[in-house]
Design a binder for this molecule. Structure first.
Ligand code: NAP
Length: 175
């Protein structure tokens, strides 16, 4: 069965973006020659999942769409017209869709976020692995890692790594 991996960065207080969606604070851990395992992770997946707001933010960064070679699914409650990028817009219930996707052929699946989509898939028990990079900052307010009403879920620590920039990366598997 394909695995869904939530690979994401959050502040110490559990936010993935400022209240206005800003992710400028991620740059505080940028370091020449250090990608925190991102390149290897990206090479290990063949599919991405995004909430519509996260997709719009990715488009807002400018430049070419970064996941051209992957199968990309964007979840929204609204129909959306044709897209210049290699993404499929899905209006079906995300949990039902991802359940089918996991049971089909293919490699591991990167759940990019954001917080709303994370909760839908968490509550449906569809996230297998959580790779969380904690950035050493308290934002005080923002968009939570799990928005809405996440259900309690226990996780097992499967690995961890601390970096001299202060970033700590934890790998959790569903307990
Ligand atoms: N720190 C990081 O590593 C990281 C990673 C990813 C994202 N982010 C940030 O997170 C923010 C976005 O997170 P977010 O929680 O606000 O939004 P999100 O999860 O990216 O997207 C929310 C949208 O997804 C759709 N959606 C949500 N639940 C749905 C459901 N049950 N069925 C169908 N569609 C559903 C809706 O789209 P419609 O409104 O179109 O119906 C909803 O508005 C952005 O600022 C992004 O930059 C940060």
């Amino acid at each position: 069965m394909r695995k869904v991996i939530l690979y994401i960065a959050a502040s110490i207080d559990g936010y993935i973006a400022r209240p206005d969606g800003g992710i400028d604070w991620l740059s505080m851990v940028e370091k020449e020659g250090e990608d925190y395992g991102y390149g290897a992770f990206l090479a290990s997946v063949d599919t991405t999942l995004m909430g519509r707001k996260t997709y719009d933010d990715v488009l807002g960064f400018g430049g070419p769409f970064p996941y051209q070679k992957l199968s990309n699914y964007v979840f929204s409650r609204q129909e959306r017209g044709p897209d210049d990028n290699p993404v499929q817009h899905i209006t079906e219930d995300p949990a039902a869709f991802v359940k089918k996707l996991k049971a089909g052929p293919g490699g591991d699946i990167w759940l990019i976020g954001g917080g709303q989509l994370n909760t839908v898939l968490l509550n449906a028990g569809l996230i297998d692995v959580l790779i969380l990079s904690v950035i050493p900052i308290v934002l005080g307010a923002g968009i939570p890692l799990f928005g809405g009403q996440p259900k309690e879920a226990k996780w097992r620590l499967a690995g961890h790594q601390a970096f001299d920039t202060g970033l700590v990366q934890m790998k959790y598997e569903r307990g």
